[in-house]
Design a protein around this ligand. Sequence first.
Ligand code: FES
Length: 192
Amino acid sequence: MSDDADGRRRFLATVTVGGSGVLAAGMLVPAVPYVLDPLLRDAGAGDGSADAPFVRLARLDALPTREPRRLPVIGDAVDAWTRATGRVLGSVWARRAGERVTVLSTICPHLGCPIGPSEDGRGFACPCHTSLFAADGSRVSGPSPRGMDPLPVRVRDGVVEVRWQRFRQGTAEREVVGDASRACAAVRSRRA
Ligand code: FES
């Protein structure tokens, strides 16, 4: 076979491979924004992250003073590629003292069971492994490695707003794990 024929064959092979590459890259470009969308999107209330937006909890004057009240947290549940609005993300214990409100997550720091009132009515208890917490959420006894998790709260125009966050379970140190919980936020929040 002549050198000319070999050269032509190599040239055609190069053009074919190069052209296919350019064509494939051109087809992939429109898909890039779709794939990156979850990473570029603003945090939703339901992603449980440190910078999740505040969501409405209740009117301040609707909260009894001193007595804790369990309230649902309603906001947008964020999944990897979807966002569902008006979902129950979880629940909290809210306590008002005058104009000040403290809000504690109902999710037990041990393994995530929902925390309810203690039998004596003075604090809180987790029914799964009998962890006890004081009225301010501090740990009293049981396997929970830390006290109940407080959530950022603010009062605006008479409305109490909370930032829904999720924390790492089973550790003494409190750490927000919003992104890690993102994909399952809607499912796990139903347990709270
Ligand atoms: S999950 Fe609450 S004590 Fe274990």
